[in-house]
Design a protein around this ligand. Structure first.
Ligand code: GLU
Ligand code: MG
Length: 630
């Protein structure tokens, strides 16, 4: 989840003394990079995926499933037997927030050829088998976005009770600090976010009101804890720790563009897809042992790292803070970066004016300057004691400090200093899927989208405030079937700064009702098309594929992936969120009270494990794929 240096993180009171220093040098570091590589062209298209995993123990005797807190050891073993001895090892492993999590990526990025789409699922399978092979008996590796009983009594192995004390990291009533990765960076983030905010983070997710769910839904512990009682909303599931958000698993894709302009164009175009693809990937309906009324993790993570003070959140007049800030550090993007995007930038953008002026006078254009100046309204959450005074020509830790703790739907990534890596963009909204087949399908779908966007010079831009409205809809229960999303009607009429530089005549922002450039569409229409409304992304991808040289085997693989996306969009197949809801609803122990017991959770994970390992079919979730990557 970001830069990982070794060192001793300072506490919040110490770190904040260096906030201006980090910002000042962060900008110098950014400018140094920019000036060296701004004109770099013709980097080749490369891309890679990141899958986050949780380690789980299936206890057949007690019929319980627990998160195993030994991600650190598993990671060491995997690195020792992989990348540390073989630079060409096909997998790479990285730490993640939870001490029960690890993250896996392919050993080398994928390139631009079509046949590489045929290797994605195989590599994911390798990762799953490799990591599974170092686990203890009864333990397994899951790609499930949110652990349904995260924060419930006894959810970890070994068992730890939460210790809600000031000196702890989370001070949580539910989430023990032992469930946080042991690398000091993660507890420092957790503690310093809480201290900067001035209180614990507060996450409230609406409860799903089933037939027997108590109404109003109020939990007993609230009477014993003043802070929780104040922060918890009625009829909501209350959570109070960073782990409830950052302890979830997702699926991300990073692209290297051929130039900075192409990266900026892709950043903008893909930003419009974030809510759509997130809704299609919905996989997290349960929180802290309850059935919720949302299907996606996004808002939960957003609240779980919200370090804004009451003043910054607009609850008190500004006195000690500089800005009113409208969103958490983990949220959707606030401005487009390409010249075509400029006129759709209709969100109130808080920026650091000094940084903005400094960037302009250094020759950076307005759009890029405001993007960076917006990221830099944040404080560094922590600073490493050993990494304060740096060589700004050759190091970029201060820039990365702020960059990597702005967790937005898209991330625009300048190359690291002195590397041969190009300008990159990261696509971050997707929830992780149960099987390698599904994860490969979502990844390939997004990569293919970038290909058609670039090849056909497509334009999906709509006002950014509409993308934000889409983000809200996307997280709602069953949004993929019921949600309506703003989407551009004519994607062939637009401007393309990379490829022709001239905005087309029709590109004016029309505001008069029926003549708007965008309209509300269902996900089915967006993906599969509807006569007279929109041609559909899958038909466009198919047309692209027909014009490409693709070997038969790869084509068959891709068609299977697109079939999954198509059927998820049409409702012929369920999302993981819907499937999990149905599993719980039908479970004999479920009392229609929105409670997920240990036994229900155990049975759910047993089934998920069999499906993920290919021991059981699940046609209602994934159809009957014929791809076999073993
Ligand atoms: N686990 C986080 C999520 O579910 C992402 C962390 C990261 O940026 O790698 O979105
Ligand atoms: Mg990650």
């Amino acid at each position: 989840m970001g830069l990982l240096s070794q060192g001793s993180p300072l506490n919040w009171d110490e770190s904040k003394k260096y906030a201006d220093h980090v910002r000042k040098h962060g900008i110098i570091q950014f400018l140094n990079i920019y000036n060296k590589v701004k004109d770099r062209q013709r980097d080749v298209l490369k891309w890679g995926d990141e899958v986050e995993y949780m380690l789980v123990e299936l206890d057949d005797k007690d019929e319980k499933v627990r998160l195993v807190l030994n991600g650190g050891d598993v990671l060491d073993t995997l690195q020792d037997q992989g990348e540390n001895i073989n630079p060409n090892h096909p997998t790479l492993w990285r730490p993640e927030y939870g001490s029960y999590m690890i993250e896996g990526t392919p050993g080398q990025p994928y390139g631009g050829t079509m046949s590489e789409f045929n290797t994605v699922e195989g590599n994911m399978g390798k990762r799953r088998r490799e990591a599974s092979s170092v686990l203890n008996q009864n333990e397994t590796l899951c790609t499930i976005t949110s652990f349904p009983r995260l924060g419930c009594p006894g959810f970890t192995k070994p068992e730890h009770r939460p210790t809600p004390v000031e000196k702890g990291a989370s001070k949580s009533l539910f989430f023990p600090d032992e469930a946080i990765n042991r690398h000091p960076r993660f507890s420092a983030l957790t503690r310093n976010i809480r201290h900067r905010r001035g209180e614990k983070v507060a996450i409230n997710v609406p409860i799903f009101k089933d037939k027997c769910t108590p109404f109003p839904f109020v939990e007993e512990f609230l009477e014993d804890d003043g802070e929780a009682a104040r922060a918890a909303l009625p009829d909501h599931i209350y959570m109070d720790a960073m782990g409830f958000g950052m302890g979830n698993c997702c699926l991300q894709v990073t692209f290297q563009a051929c130039s900075i302009d192409e990266a900026r164009y892709l950043y903008d175009q893909l930003a419009t897809f974030c809510p759509i693809v997130m809704a299609l990937s919905a996989a997290s309906p349960f929180y802290r042992g309850y059935v919720s009324d949302i299907d996606c993790r996004w808002g939960v993570i957003s609240a779980s790292v919200d370090d804004r003070t009451q003043e910054e959140r607009g609850l008190k007049p500004l006195k000690n803070n500089k800005y009113r800030i409208f969103k958490s550090r983990y949220d959707s993007i606030d401005s487009y970066l390409s010249s075509c995007g400029e006129k759709y930038n209709d969100i109130d953008l808080t920026i650091d004016k000094e940084v903005y002026e400094q960037l302009l006078s250094a020759g950076i254009d307005k759009l890029l300057a405001q993007h960076i100046a917006h990221l830099f309204i944040r404080d560094p959450i922590y600073v490493f004691k050993e990494r304060i005074h740096l060589d700004d020509e050759n190091e970029a830790d201060h820039f990365e400090n702020l960059q990597s703790t702005n967790w937005q739907t898209m991330r625009f990534k300048p190359p690291p200093p002195n590397s041969d890596i190009g300008w990159r963009v990261e696509f971050r909204p997707m929830e992780v899927q149960l099987t390698d087949f599904e994860n490969a399908a979502y990844v390939v779908f997004v990569v293919l989208l970038t290909r058609v966007i670039l090849s056909y010079k497509l334009d999906f831009l709509i006002p950014l405030s509409k993308v934000d409205e889409n983000m809200k809809v996307a997280q709602m229960r069953n949004a993929v079937q019921e949600g309506m999303f703003y989407f551009r009607k004519d994607i062939f009429k637009g401007c393309n700064p990379v490829l022709d530089g001239t905005p087309s005549a029709q590109n004016g922002l029309e505001t008069d009702g029926a003549n708007e450039e965008y309209t509300l569409m269902s996900i089915d229409t967006i993906i599969n098309g509807k006569e007279g409304v929109f041609q559909g992304l899958i038909p466009i991808l198919n047309c692209y594929l027909e014009n490409m040289e693709v070997d038969v085997d790869t084509r068959c693989t891709i068609l299977n992936y697109l079939k999954l996306i198509k059927k998820r969009a049409s409702g012929d197949l369920m999302t993981m969120a819907k499937w999990m809801r149905e599993f719980v609803a039908k479970h004999p122990q479920y009392k229609q009270d929105s409670v997920i017991t240990d036994k229900i959770n155990y049975d759910l994970f047993r089934k998920c494990d069999r499906i993920a390992k290919g021991e059981e079919q699940c046609p209602e979730l994934i159809g009957n794929p014929v791809n076999k990557f073993k």
